[in-house]
Design a protein around this ligand. Structure first.
Ligand code: SF4
Length: 497
């Protein structure tokens, strides 16, 4: 959303944001009147932008290799100048126009590419279709919505609706969509958006949604939820549950914690309500006393603590670092922490391309097989499903060590401690990540890399610079995760009834 000469111009991103969160559009409007403070792009967002640009550049190269002339619209110009330059290239029949600027008030947009097709239009015996480059490997609804906005703007210029619109995905594949199949839905969405922005409500309140993590208003909304003690602060609560609690007059964490036991909430199952109330109670207790608290949950056969095998000297603690930005994804570090003759050992398997990934995967499966032969009662512990999913995927991708993976699964050798935690205990933390749980069993972590997202950023930096110190940082981070998994397992053993 931007204001030019007193007029407001909307973009495809504004529409996508509106469909995800009206409060976002409401704040965008306020920001036009009086600039508001925005969250800064973090290192991950900056990296994604760089990767997006690389992806576009690689596509330009591919087009040139096919013998197509690619006209690039310069970026440092005003929007009117860029629009004029784009329209001139369209009139001249350029094969491909890169960074095309499109305007049809009150909408505007910058399509990554316009590709010439042999369908006649106002321009002559040719017209254009929109091609957008996305890092994702599968098309998402908001990508299609963006394409629709650009295609509509394009139709106004060339006097005919483009037959198709296209995405170039992160793995280089192209996906095509028939414009007419989405035009009605998109026009409808635009009308709803315009109604909202031309007559916005006087007040608006942020409701957490999937856009929050990357939204430029996230700091502002987060601060408001803290101030208001909003129910979104309760661990593992869902939006629908918040709505039902709000309908029952419960709007804060404290109010939920203080609800009398057995008071009903419409359409919320009593056991769900009891869980949320108990969770809120623990969080309020920590807030007031500063102490970490936990509760043990009732046991059910085969669940919770019963998932914990008897500890063994040969137990392995396993964690993977993956890079989703590498073409087709790459698991670049597989770390194991274990004890050998009473001494702790950390064993990393590195892979910096797909050949090495295959070799590393074979190496680690052979390592696991050997260790389990030496210690038949040992298990491999990890936190959450990523590790188990990754080894199944790698066995099938490379068609190797499939029997060994099947054997691990069949014998129940992989132990997901997240399942144990979720079913066995309740803690006073607002989230149930490994890092949150560490407050119960280890000191605060040190080291440069502190989150999985940061490790991806550091790894991508290493790919550019080859500075070994960066790999050392990632190694330390992975080792800390493996040690923490062991710490968690040991803590859970002390709690087991
Ligand atoms: S942070 Fe979330 S709730 Fe706030 S404006 Fe952004 S998307 Fe909406």
């Amino acid at each position: 959303m931007r204001k030019i000469g007193g007029k407001i111009l909307f973009s495809a991103t504004d529409l996508v944001n509106f469909l995800g969160c009206r409060h976002c559009s409401w704040l965008d409007l306020k920001d036009l009147e009086q600039p508001l403070e925005k969250a800064e792009d973090d290192a991950e967002a900056i990296l994604l932008k760089e990767k997006g640009l690389e992806h576009e550049r690689a596509y330009v190269e591919r087009l040139r290799e096919q013998g197509l002339a690619v006209a690039e619209i310069p970026q440092g110009l005003s929007i009117e100048e860029r629009v004029r330059a784009t329209e001139a290239e369209m009139a001249g029949g350029a094969d491909v126009i890169y960074q095309a600027a499109l305007l049809g008030e009150p909408w505007h947009g910058y399509a990554d590419f316009l590709r010439r097709v042999p369908a006649s239009s106002n321009l002559g015996p040719w017209s254009y279709e929109v091609v957008d480059a996305k890092l994702a490997h599968t098309p998402r609804p908001h990508h299609v919505m963006q394409l629709c906005v650009y295609s509509d703007l394009l139709a106004r210029i060339q006097g005919r609706e483009p037959h198709s619109m296209h995405l170039v995905l992160g793995d280089g594949r192209e996906a095509a969509f028939r414009s007419s199949g989405f035009a009605h839905y998109c026009a409808n969405a635009r009308r709803r958006f315009e109604r909202f922005v031309y007559g916005p409500p006087a007040e608006s309140y942020p409701e957490p949604c999937r856009l929050c993590d990357t939204c430029r208003w996230r700091d502002r909304c987060g601060a408001q939820w803290e101030t208001d003690d909003h129910l979104t602060l309760v661990a593992n609560i869902q939006r629908s549950q918040i709505r039902k609690l709000n309908d029952a007059g419960i709007a804060t964490v404290r109010a939920l914690a203080q609800m009398p036991a057995r008071s009903p909430v419409r359409k919320l199952a009593p056991e769900t309500l009891a869980r949320l109330r108990a969770q809120a109670g623990l969080q309020v207790q920590k807030r007031e006393t500063g102490e970490n608290v936990y509760e043990l949950l009732g046991t059910q056969p085969g669940r919770g603590f019963q998932r914990l095998p008897r500890p063994d000297d040969g137990d392995l603690f396993f964690d993977i670092e993956g890079d989703p930005l590498y073409p087709d994804g790459l698991e670049y570090l597989f770390g194991f922490y274990y004890f050998e003759d009473g001494e702790p050992v950390f064993k990393p398997f590195w892979a910096h391309d797909h050949d090495a990934e295959r070799t590393a995967f074979q190496g680690l499966m052979d390592f696991i097989t050997r260790e389990l032969e030496r210690h038949p009662d040992a298990h491999i512990y990890h936190y959450n499903h990523y590790e188990a999913t990754a080894i199944k995927r790698l066995a099938s991708r490379y068609g190797t060590r499939e029997a060994a993976v099947d054997d691990l699964l069949r014998r129940g050798k992989l132990v997901d401690l997240f399942k144990v935690v979720r079913e066995a205990i309740r803690v006073s933390e607002p989230r149930y990540t490994l890092k949150n749980l560490e407050t119960f069993y280890m000191k605060k972590r040190e080291g440069e890399v502190k989150t999985a997202a940061e490790s991806i950023v550091v790894y991508e930096r290493w790919r550019q610079t080859r500075d070994p110190a960066l790999l050392d940082e990632i190694r330390s981070y992975n080792e800390a995760d493996c040690r923490s998994t062991r710490g968690l397992r040991d803590w859970l053993l002390t709690l087991r009834p």
